[in-house]
Design a protein around this ligand. Structure first.
Ligand SMILES: [Zn+2]
Length: 253
């Protein structure tokens, strides 16, 4: 069964709720950095992300954040085969971050808060059995879907949670719903270019996310050469590329 067979509701009311949730900050913070930052995230995540994606990042001296939904481990999805236990150990040994993406890739806007919290805990315990050495410090909501109640009730172990609405994280932000840019979909390069330029000027933090990395990626994935070009561009603009939690730790007091 493919989890991508599910898509969150797209009716007008859901869209309004989604916007309202993004704008209602549960963990307001003011972020400032000494230099612009870029974080590359791989959601779910497919084997090609931890092989090809990690290799490309490492070739640039960079590391990424891999948001794991442990319930999808070792299954086949529309982005290819998903990670298994040895990938967790290998990524951690190389200095990458493992984040939480719920256990079963749940739409957190369409279930009781308690069930989402239980899913985070189940994911933590399963990833621990798979070799994760400590509980995830960062969370990414599947489909970017959440509620104000959930944002407000996040376990304190999560230093940040990430959505999928675009924007540069600098100045006033919501640490319970950081903004992120997709590295796929119509026109992503232009949007990413714009975000990098704005962030370079304001010393902001750009979070980018994708799924598979391949020559011919899925509609939710990115070509390796495009990821490579993005990292080159970010470097030329003075960005440092860090996993999400390491980037957040660079915030100025
Ligand atoms: Zn996902």
């Amino acid at each position: 069964m493919s989890v991508f067979a599910y898509t969150p509701p797209r009716d007008a009311l859901s869209k309004v709720r989604r916007r309202a949730t993004q704008w209602r900050a549960a963990r307001p913070a003011k972020l400032q950095f000494e230099q612009p930052l870029l974080s590359i995230c791989f959601d779910d995540f497919p084997v090609s992300a931890c092989e090809e994606g990690a290799r490309i990042l490492e070739a640039h001296g960079a590391r990424g954040t891999f948001y794991a939904a442990a319930g999808m481990a070792a299954t086949d999805g529309p982005c290819g085969r998903n990670f298994s236990a040895p990938d967790i150990t290998r990524l951690l040994n190389a200095g990458h971050e493992i984040g939480c993406h719920t256990f079963e890739h749940a739409d957190c806007a369409r279930r009781p808060t308690f069930e989402s919290l239980r899913s985070f805990a189940k994911n933590r315990d399963t990833l621990n059995e798979m070799g994760a050495r400590e509980p995830a410090r960062s969370l990414a909501y599947p489909y970017g879907e959440t509620t104000y109640t959930l944002k407000k009730g996040l376990p304190p172990r999560f230093y940040s949670a990430r959505g999928v609405l675009p924007g540069v994280n600098v100045g006033r932000v919501d640490l319970a719903q950081l903004r992120a840019h997709a590295l796929f979909g119509e026109g992503w390069r232009a949007r990413m270019n714009g975000a990098l330029k704005r962030a370079a000027k304001r010393k902001g933090w750009v979070i980018a996310f994708t799924h598979d990395i391949a020559e011919a990626p899925s509609p939710w994935g990115t070509r390796g050469q495009d990821l490579d070009a993005l990292l080159k561009q970010a470097h030329a603009l003075g960005f440092i590329v860090l996993p999400v939690t390491a980037a957040l730790e660079r915030r100025l007091p």
